[in-house]
Write a protein that binds this ligand. Structure first.
Ligand code: ZN
Length: 488
């Protein structure tokens, strides 16, 4: 080969290279790719960004951003930037279920700026926005792979001291919520439901304030009656030997007070401060005297009953009885106390004016067997005088208080010019057994010549008045005549 031929072959070769190079430069683009901290400057025949990144083996993850977009056509001078997303886990506490989040833990891909948006857009978003705690704080920088803990508050109502307080609590149990509500619990206070109940099961917590008090109560011990037999008195007669006296018991209670209202009480101490003293009643055991002599036939008939009223006169009961007796044209005998005649002389005068007998029942009702001779005299004689002044008559009969008498008393009363006047039917109206009971007792004991003991003086004789009205009707219907005691 000649030199000329070599040169011309070389030139041809150079020309070919130049043509190929020129063609190459004509169809490739010079681009820059910024990704993962590197800048890659390349010439490429890639058609679009997607293709370009694939050739450079730059892989895109979910959420990664490419600028311009992957569909952009590659042109000369293009700069492609790959922005890697930050990946973080969000962990919602175990109460997520309460708020309707199915998975307590779910993964999101988020950049710092969108973290809040993601949370707010989640099913529990509303609750989280207002009542949630984030760790680390939402505005802290988020590193790739970070874990964001979310605590969700539980709405709960606390009822205490008459108030209702609603709060969003982060506490796991009732106890913690009560604490967050700033409620100070005393040792006995009751919390419903119990403090250890998980809060997510609870809507309302009720706290009852409980106090334990000690209360001391005094109780009157009413005196009792003791009946004893004695030969001193006739059968059916009775005599009060000693005055009874009420006693005192002091009870101490343990009282449970819930929200100011007593819930229960239990007696813990019982102390008898003062024993009650019984009232001893001597009951006659001797045979009763023969009944009063039967009225002579043809004069009184044989069906006569004697109503007697003791301890008056009384400003209300006695006039009521006098009215009733007048209605039935009946007569009775009133054994008056001197002290009461002195107070109500007009009532005493009316007794006599309306045809009834008035007898002496002493001045102030002592048991004549227990007083001195002088006292007995004053009791009897002062009463004689006051009745004389008020009613214009001097009694001839004396009924001893409680029926109490003995040989000495009998003798002295006789010396003072008075006859003892007892009874043989005693319905015990003074105990106020009810008008019906008084009537029944009288009717079951009544017989011709019966002397019935009733009371117009003292307190609460309404039953006696009511009983008298029915007795008058009954006895009259049974053919009895009602008269004052003969000789009084
Ligand atoms: Zn009496």
């Amino acid at each position: 080969m000649s030199a000329r031929t070599v040169v011309s072959s070389l030139l041809a070769a150079i020309t070919t290279i130049g043509l190929v190079l020129g063609l190459y430069l004509g169809v490739t683009a010079a681009v820059e790719v910024h990704a993962d901290g590197e800048v890659m400057a390349v010439r490429t025949t890639a058609t679009d960004v997607d293709d370009l990144l694939a050739r450079l083996e730059v892989k895109l993850g979910v959420g990664d951003e490419v600028d311009p977009g992957v569909d952009t056509t590659v042109v000369d001078g293009l700069v492609v930037t790959v922005q890697r997303a930050v990946t973080a886990a969000v962990v919602v506490d175990d109460r997520a279920g309460v708020l309707g989040i199915d998975d307590a833990e779910f993964e999101v891909t988020a950049v710092l700026d969108t973290m809040r948006d993601v949370l707010v857009a989640s099913p529990a978003g509303g609750a989280m926005e207002t009542e949630a705690r984030f760790e680390p704080a939402l505005d802290a920088p988020v590193d790739d792979g970070a874990v964001l803990q979310v605590e969700i508050a539980v709405p709960v109502t606390v009822r205490v001291d008459g108030e209702e307080l609603t709060l969003a609590s982060f506490a796991p149990h009732v106890e913690g919520a009560v604490d967050e509500a700033d409620v100070a619990l005393a040792a006995l206070d009751r919390v419903d439901p119990s403090p250890s109940t998980p809060l997510e099961d609870v809507d309302v917590i009720t706290i009852a304030r409980v106090e334990l008090l000690e209360k001391v109560v005094d109780v009157v011990l009413e005196h009792d009656w003791v009946e004893e037999g004695t030969d001193e008195l006739l059968q059916g007669e009775r005599q009060v030997e000693t005055e009874g006296r009420d006693g005192l018991r002091r009870d101490t209670y343990e009282v449970v007070v819930v929200d100011g209202a007593e819930e229960s009480r239990e007696r813990i101490v019982e102390e008898v401060v003062d024993e009650a003293v019984a009232e001893v009643v001597l009951v006659g055991t001797r045979q009763p005297p023969p009944p009063p002599p039967a009225p002579s036939p043809g004069q009184d008939g044989d069906r006569v009953v004697y109503l007697t009223y003791d301890d008056g006169p009384h400003p209300t009961y006695t006039p009521a009885l006098l009215d009733l007796l007048a209605t039935y044209d009946a007569r009775a005998t009133f054994f008056a106390l001197g002290s009461e005649v002195e107070r109500y002389p007009g009532v005493a005068a009316r007794i006599v004016r309306e045809g009834h007998a008035i007898g002496n029942h002493t001045w102030s009702h002592p048991s004549l067997t227990t007083v001195s001779g002088e006292v007995l005299d004053r009791q009897v004689l002062d009463t004689q005088s006051v009745i004389q002044r008020a009613a214009g008559v001097t009694p001839t009969c004396l009924r001893p208080p409680y029926g109490a008498r003995n040989a000495t008393v009998n003798a002295r009363v006789a010396e003072l010019g008075l006859r003892m006047s007892m009874w043989n039917v005693d319905p015990e109206d003074w105990r106020q057994p009810g008008a019906g009971a008084i009537v029944d007792r009288v009717l079951s004991g009544v017989r011709p010549g019966a002397v019935i003991l009733l009371h117009d003086g003292g307190q609460g004789r309404g039953q006696t008045v009511a009983a008298t009205e029915r007795l008058l009707a009954n006895l009259t219907e049974e053919g009895y005549q009602l008269r004052s005691l003969p000789g009084c």
